[in-house]
Write a protein that binds this ligand. Sequence first.
Ligand code: ASP
Length: 468
Amino acid sequence: MKRTLIKDTSHCVGEKVRICGFINSVRAHGSLLFFDVRDRSGIVQAVITADTDSYKIAQRMRPEWVVELVGEVKKRPEKMKNPDIDTGEIEIEIEEVNVLSEAKTAPFSVSSDGGEINEEIRMKYRYLDLRRERMQTNLKMRHKVMHYLRNYLYEKDFTEIETPILTKSTPEGARDFLVPSRIHPGSFYALPQSPQQYKQLLMVSGMENYFQFARCFRDEDLRGDRQPEFTQLDIEFSFMETEEILLLVEEMMVEMIESLFPQKKIKKKPFPRITYNEAMEKWGCDSPDLRENKNDDKELAFAFVTDFPMFEKNEKGEWTSVHHPFTRTLENAEEIKKDPGKIKALQYDLVLNGNEIAGGSLRSHKLDVLQAVFEVLGHSKQDIDQKFKHLFEAFSYGVPPHGGIAFGFERLLMVLQGEKNIREVMAFPKTGDGRELMMGSPSSNISEDQLKELKIEIKNERERKNTS
Ligand code: ASP
């Protein structure tokens, strides 16, 4: 007999159905046993009477057991209807019970929204935590938004191209995660902080319109809106100016939200444009929250921030790039070297309810400008040659003017789902101190043979044992 999804059972009154799922709750009412059964599509009430053959088995069933039930769908008496669930008008009168998997008592309830549970415990038992409705909804919405944006860009003639994970350092301002090479001992791959250089190289290849849902890795101190591993919707285009890029981004956001989040209200269309200086003067930050009511989850206040400076000084008094060194400047190489503090970058950010959800820029494709920027950033000629020779060389074979943008995909989802932390929109995130508590990573449980092969020696053996 074919399985019926729980959401469809209400259309099957008078029919025999087979449902599969988890026991959500159990109630005894005299000799009647009631079960709420849950599958990916919803919840339904099932009832078994004492004269049924399977009654004895049913008596043992507990919350979170995985079961298969066969029974007839019956209309509930008027008084027993439950308007809170989609299947509230019916119940299933159980004839057969098959226990597919018994379950230990879960360490926490999966029927609440989870906010009351210690986060480390939620992470340790993430597979149980994901059973709760809020997390199921977040992951399904994540999928829907991804699917929508992917199709949107596909319709606009973009090509999705994957770029390597084992790669070489690219400067996005964070520390790299390194992976030792076995075949080339002493050499390391870097995990990409973003596909920045690869996507620019794809422009040299003539791909013109690229996008990718890209995994990015940044070894930095974590905050609520940061994870060591996260996803970007990464986009790059050839022959497009800022205005066209911003319009595409705006239209894509508006259409996605109006179709997937009709209950939300976009505060202002077209999105307001604010210069960096204006933002800093008026709000004291470059990602202002423009909502009227900051407690209102329904309100979405987007804004583009533009006209950024190219460089700023770090705490050591050295020049660093506000976006990244590949950003195009208004000024030429001479001017860049003469007065870095005055240089304007063709950078733009998209801000949503006070979060920077996307950032991008037009890129320098002139070699002397790139060279000047790297010099201001303190790279020696030799250093530039070693780190970026491939890019300079590629550009010397003909490069279309290009630009792009990348969305922090989880940040966008966090705001849309009304969550306070990006962990809530990721299936298996890391804790605040970079650990994944379920599998137990990072792990020092590496065999001597593996280390030997990699020609890696760990100096402090005791520390290694203690952290395993
Ligand atoms: N790679 C940049 C970033 O990760 C985005 C871009 O310039 O397209 O912020």
